[in-house]
Each structure stands twice: as structure tokens, then as C-alpha cells.
Write a new protein. Sequence first.
Length: 137
Amino acid sequence: MSFLEYQTHMSVWVMACSPLMIGCDIRKLDSDSASLLMNREVLDINQDALGIPARRVQQINNCDIWIKRLTNNGTAVSVTNRGSTAQDISLRARDIGLLDTPKLARNVWLGEDIADFKTELPLTVKPHETVLLKVTS
């Protein structure tokens, strides 16, 4: 699998509230594997105290959009491109159960605040990639 496919695999586990286990010596992980397994923001979504698994709320072309409610009125949003070409999509707040009020969208894989998300958030999702966002008011 490619790095993006491993990232998608981890994103699915995280959004499903799955127990996260690894069967290797973590002291010998390469840097890519370590970045997937030890990303604190990603792990926080998995370990959120509400423990509510994600649910799919929309499908746009080859992209599946899942949401997971978090404590403190946060929402995790994953956008997974199952296709073999990049997808440009517009994520709309109302389509994922959020109000059209200002909120911050943070790409937790990149560790970057990507936008002030009010009504729409444009995204480009590479083939087999999952964009994992934490949205807060």
C-alpha cells in the first residue's frame, strides 16, 4: 500500500473508535509509519470521551464523507476518495449537520488550520487519500 492508503486505513480505524493495536517494535518504525501511529491529534479523535463512532453522511462522486461527534461540540470529518483520480469537492456545513456559523477546520494529518469554515470548504482529495478534519466553533 502507498503512504496515503495507510493514512486512509488509519483514518477509518480512528473514525470507527476502533481499538488501536500494533504488532511490531515501535522503536524500529520508519518515520512515515511513526507519523501515522503517533499523531496526537489523530489519536485524540479516536480516543474522544464521547466514544461515538462515525457515520457516513454523504457521498460525492467517489468521495465518502463521514462525521464523528466529539466532546466540546467538536466534529471530526473524514473525506475519503475511493477513486483513482483526484476529486475537487465542496464540503457544505449544512450537509454534515453543522450550522452556517464561523468555525475552524483543521487538517489533523497535516497539523494545519486550513480555513475559517462557515458555509462551504473547498477540498482537493488525492486518489485513495483521506482528508481528516477537526471542526470546532
